[in-house]
Ligand binder design. Structure first.
Ligand code: SAM
Length: 293
């Protein structure tokens, strides 16, 4: 039984099926869900599993133990994939998988990823990094905050929220997820405070993206992955919101123009009704796949 339901895993395995041997980089190994299925299905394949969250690597290690000798786990950001492979003396690989964003495990840690509980404002995937959500929320100038909320959260009320954050923090620092979520709710018009999606959802997404520099990471990581994949190799990216998907789509489009890749998914692949029922967070997943030519 798999504890973390690996999103779109049947499709991911299907697209990797031309790969008979060599290395597949699981650039976001998380709890090892996808890697486990890959190692099981393709006995000649080895995995390089990367994650910037050390606690994820511990879970992956437990999950993958039965395949000892066929995987290497590395604590790193995937934007450093070239250096990781260099240090392992690997020049190119047969495939890449990126399953972006945060894991269910991270949402349940006490690092303030979720507004459902009261926790310190942290949101770091890699706890050795300096920048935290506390600094973003309490120290960024109001116009910068507004821009982040608008661009990374696609938040309609970015201006009002940034204004209310700036006013609040004049009196005292915003220390917890609950304090931040309450400010956002108050910035929303009363008629929109009780919708299907909690008003703080977009703000939390925006702050998390800023703390972890998620969009820059994707640009650098996915671009490097295309260069590090051998001819015939497969690159798969699962994204969870439009900002991520747009970046992947554009990188693929540019690479196709340069005749570096063939795009195998004209439109992104989304989970079936059945998968969404089994695993509701998969609802917003989009898979794009390219083949190195
Ligand atoms: C959705 S989870 C992956 C789950 C995994 N596919 C599984 O089946 O267990 C995303 C993981 O990517 C990691 N991550 C996000 N951005 C990263 C980056 N830039 N470099 C390395 N790991 C990253 C997160 O720490 C998290 O553990």
């Amino acid at each position: 039984m798999i504890e973390h339901y690996p999103v779109l895993h049947r499709k991911v395995l299907q697209f990797f099926s031309p790969i008979k041997e060599g290395y597949i980089v699981d650039a976001t190994v998380g709890g090892g869900g996808h890697s486990y299925l890959i190692l099981k299905k393709f006995p000649q394949v080895k995995i390089i599993g990367i994650d910037r969250d050390e606690t994820a690597l511990k879970r992956a290690e437990e999950k993958l133990r039965e395949f000892a000798g066929r995987y290497t786990l590395v604590h790193s950001s995937f934007k450093n994939i070239d250096k990781v492979l260099q240090s392992l003396k690997i020049s190119c690989v047969s495939g890449f998988l990126f399953d972006l964003g945060v894991s269910m495990f991270q949402l349940k840690t006490d690092r303030g990823f979720s507004f459902q509980r009261e926790e310190p404002l942290d949101m770091r995937m890699d706890t050795s990094q300096h920048l935290t959500a506390y600094q973003v929320v309490n120290q960024y100038p109001k116009p910068v905050l507004e821009k982040i909320l608008f661009q990374y959260g696609e938040e309609k009320f970015a201006k009002k929220i940034a204004k209310m954050i700036a006013e609040y923090r004049k009196k005292k620092p915003i220390e917890t997820t609950k304090e931040l979520a309450d400010i956002v709710v108050k910035a929303y018009p009363p008629s929109l405070r009780r919708g299907r999606i909690h008003p703080a959802t977009r703000t939390f997404q925006a702050v998390r993206i800023e703390v972890n520099k998620e969009l820059e990471e994707i640009k650098e990581g996915v671009s490097k992955a295309l260069d590090l994949t051998e001819k015939g190799g497969i690159i798969q990216v699962i994204s969870f919101h439009s900002l991520e998907d747009r970046i992947v789509k554009n990188i693929f489009k540019e690479a196709k123009k340069l005749k570096k890749i063939e795009i195998l998914t004209k439109k992104p692949i989304t989970p079936s009704e059945e998968e969404i029922k089994e695993n509701p967070p998969s609802r917003s997943a989009k898979l794009r796949v390219a083949k190195r030519v």
